[in-house]
Design a binder for this molecule. Sequence first.
Ligand code: IPM
Ligand code: MG
Length: 359
Amino acid sequence: MTKQYRITLLPGDGIGPEIMSVAVRVLKTIGEKFALNFEFQEALIGGSAIDATGEPLPAATLETCKNSDAVLLAAIGGYKWDSLPRHLRPETGLLGLRSGLQLFANLRPATILPQLIDASTLKREVVEGVDIMVVRELTGGIYFGQPRGVFTTETGEKRGVNTMAYTESEIDRIGRVAFETAQKRSKRLCSVDKANVLEVSQFWRDRMIALSAEYPDVELSHLYVDNAAMQLVRAPKQFDTIVTSNLFGDILSDAAAMLTGSIGMLPSASLGASNPGVYEPVHGSAPDIAGQDKANPLAQVLSAAMMLRYSFDQAEAATHIEQAVLKVLDQGYRTGDIMSEGKTLVGCQAIGDVLVAAL
Ligand code: IPM
Ligand code: MG
């Protein structure tokens, strides 16, 4: 029997529409092969939503997302919207989507592909075999804490404020996702905080230690965020699963991504307790190359594979896509961001063509 899935597509801005079109072609092909019927509905988010409706996250978009089985997002943002007031920025739309769907757990794998080792800026022996999963808290911490804003003090001076805050339940639920993720991997979990300076971080660490009693098979360790950043570039293979707060996870996941050579290869999943998950590449909207058919669509395609695995429980179809990506790389096809000597430089749609053929 053909299984039916409703997917909301959010192409967004910049290179978003180009890379999304490749992912949709891949999904259609995989659907035929595995008897999965995908119903696609498209909605607006980010700058393109601002242009069309005046808001970065129209209510209709959130509704459409809620009424679907999963959401595939490309990227948002661009120079054009950078100087708008904060509530009208594309980023505000993305944050609204995450909080509106209560997607508190962001899984960002950084796995080095043997085919791309030489695309990394680090030495081969440092990055060979790197396989890290960053579990980032996504709906709390300083991104959402109150008070926030720029206020005028009693002396008339202006003062900018953001607040890093976590409740026990917020820490525990992301902690559980992280321990369970580590259980399915090599059972090592490193919690990253700034407990030497911040109370909120000491509390985070105390909760992680308390939770670890429920997961005796997982080896829990702790690092301060500055040291973690250094260790990631010094000796990344020491890491398996990392769990951390929203802001630290934002920073560390970019650093971890770059170990693999290109941020253009990395997918992510944002999951909550009940609403549909959102799958998106870790990279941004790359407005500098938008519309030029130069973008690397592979992170978008791998995000679609993650969607099949996590939201639809279609591991076999997901693996099939991942294998096809490896095959295309083995065949020597590269977009500009991962190009190296002796390989064949192709554009976004052309790598889509060879990918569909490989499926
Ligand atoms: C990310 C991005 C976003 C974030 C921005 C675009 C709001 O950097 O997904 O990592 O900071 O979370
Ligand atoms: Mg980021």
